[in-house]
Design a protein. Structure first.
Ligand code: ADP
Ligand code: MG
Length: 475
């Protein structure tokens, strides 16, 4: 057993001799020679390094070759602890600082905003420091219903989960409107990574919290400690990155440094935003360019079928909603817009009402609930929006739609658009005709009759019109 100072120093010299054989003279002189062993308690070897840069450099580049050497000389599972304190500070003092730093890191990530961040002298390497990931265990891939609206992001996320930092999707930038599942998905990737790679340090933080921590660190004159802490993470998930917009100067710089360091070291970054990178205002160009290095993928509004699946999925897990009648599911899917948070709200309100009023879950109750709890403001349906939806559906561009071309498909698309405009807008037929291919009111009238007739006789045509109608009336 190595216990006294002379002995562990000697043993360290033996380690150095071995390291020297494996590194170039220059590397050895620059990175290893300056290291001073300052303590060994039978489990942990404490080393003093000239600077934090050295710590990071060693951690990043040499741990795989250093580990077997240290294990061989000091015993298996020996932990490493680093210090960059001035030499005149006693070993006890260094120990105290190092220990308190560990405590602080844990505090930093478990507490909110105003926490003080200390420089962590203990770096994960041989000894892993467990950082609480701040992940919500319910936000898993399993609980995330797949649909057209999220298929790409979901499968890319799964690829990142298997090989974080090693795919082309770094950073992975997930964007989309509120309530569409950005936070859920970003966390699901984090949870997946933790399960597949327990040794990796995953950290989830919202941009607001990140900024608040940084402001506190600056007030405490410890901004470098803050940056160093984040640079130790293997997988960094930052939610709602658009919040960085309001904050020009130093937070963006700090984030830039962290981003660069992690990206360079092959660490995975996952960012979410309610805007696509090109729409982020007030964010420094050099950061914006980096956001585009990996993949920016969009979560879009769920279509009707996906909404139905999501409602079923949520209802199964919600006590009291297990036996929700199918017509209520359909009613919700048709009348709640794509915001999944609202779908969840409506379901909870439905169950709560049924329970407290002692009523059964029926379509009548569902209607009451939607009226009271979810604000469905009737959507302004315009000729313009109908035109657009019809063009999207048939994949026709608008100039072609307006052109005098009379191919059957285009003529039929125009007729459907006219029919829907008559159903949903108060515009006179002449205005509808003028806005759709420059036709007169008689053409519109004829189109409406033709569509009505065909819907009665042709079932697949009926389904097409119904689907377009659903899109027109969806919020
Ligand atoms: P965002 O961060 O985009 O505003 P969230 O991730 O917070 O949205 O999602 C809002 C709610 O909807 C969460 O409770 C989430 O679990 C749920 N949700 C979103 N997308 C899905 C999905 N595809 N399947 C199941 N639940 C979802
Ligand atoms: Mg969110």
């Amino acid at each position: 057993m190595i216990t006294n100072a002379t002995t562990y120093s000697d043993v360290w010299q033996n380690c150095l001799a071995q390291i020297k054989e494996q590194t170039s003279a220059e590397e050895f002189a620059k990175w290893f020679k300056p290291i001073v062993p300052i303590g060994y308690d039978g489990k942990t070897l404490r080393l003093r390094l000239p600077s934090e840069d050295c710590v990071f450099h060693i951690e990043r580049n040499y741990i795989p070759s250093l580990r077997p050497i240290i294990y061989e000389h000091f015993g298996n599972n020996t932990s490493l602890r680093y210090s960059v304190l001035a030499p005149e500070v006693s070993a006890e003092e260094q120990q105290r600082v190092a220990e308190s730093s560990v405590a602080t890191i844990n505090k930093v990530v478990t507490q909110s905003d105003t926490t003080k961040i200390k420089n962590p002298f203990v770096i994960p390497g041989i000894r892993k420091l467990e950082i609480p990931s701040q992940l919500n265990p319910n936000y898993t891939f399993e609980n995330f219903v797949e649909g057209e609206c999220n298929r790409l992001v979901r499968s890319v996320g799964m690829a990142v989960g298997v090989e974080p930092g090693k795919t082309a999707y770094n950073p992975l930038y997930i964007f989309g409107d509120s309530g569409l599942g950005k936070t859920h998905l970003a966390q699901a990737i984090g949870i997946d990574i933790k399960q597949r790679h327990p040794e990796l340090q995953v950290l989830y933080v919202s941009m607001n919290k990140f900024q608040a921590q940084y402001t506190t660190a600056v007030l405490n004159k410890e901004p470098n400690d803050f940056i160093n802490f984040y640079q130790m993470v293997d997988v960094l998930i930052i939610d709602d990155i658009q919040e960085l917009s309001g904050n020009k100067g130093s937070t963006q710089n700090a984030f830039f440094n962290i981003f660069n360091h992690l990206h360079l070291s092959g660490k995975q970054l996952i960012l979410t935003s309610d805007k696509r990178p090109s729409e982020l205002s007030d964010i420094n160009d050099r950061l914006l360019t980096r956001f585009k290095w990996g993949l920016a993928a969009e979560l879009t509004q769920p279509d009707y079928e996906t909404k139905v699946k999501i409602i079923h999925n949520k209802a199964r897990k919600l006590e009291g909603a297990e036996n929700i009648p199918e017509e209520v599911v359909t009613y919700f899917a048709e009348n709640i817009n794509g915001n999944i948070r609202e779908i969840e709200g409506a379901l909870s309100a439905l169950v709560a009402n049924a329970k407290f009023l002692g009523r059964k879950i029926t379509i009548t109750l569902a209607k009451e609930v939607l009226k009271t709890y979810v604000k469905i403001s009737p959507k302004e349906i315009s000729i313009e929006s109908i035109r657009k939806i019809v063009c999207d559906y048939f994949n026709i561009d608008e100039p072609t739609f307006d052109s005098p071309k009379r191919t059957r498909d285009i003529a039929q698309a125009r007729q459907i658009a006219m029919y829907l405009c008559k159903q949903h807008t108060k515009s006179p037929l002449s205005a509808i005709g003028a806005a759709i291919g420059g036709k007169n009111h008689a053409t519109v009238l004829h189109a409406c009759k033709a569509v009505t007739n065909l819907m009665e006789t042709d079932k697949s045509f009926l389904q097409i019109v119904e689907e377009i109608n659903r899109r027109v009336t969806a919020k």
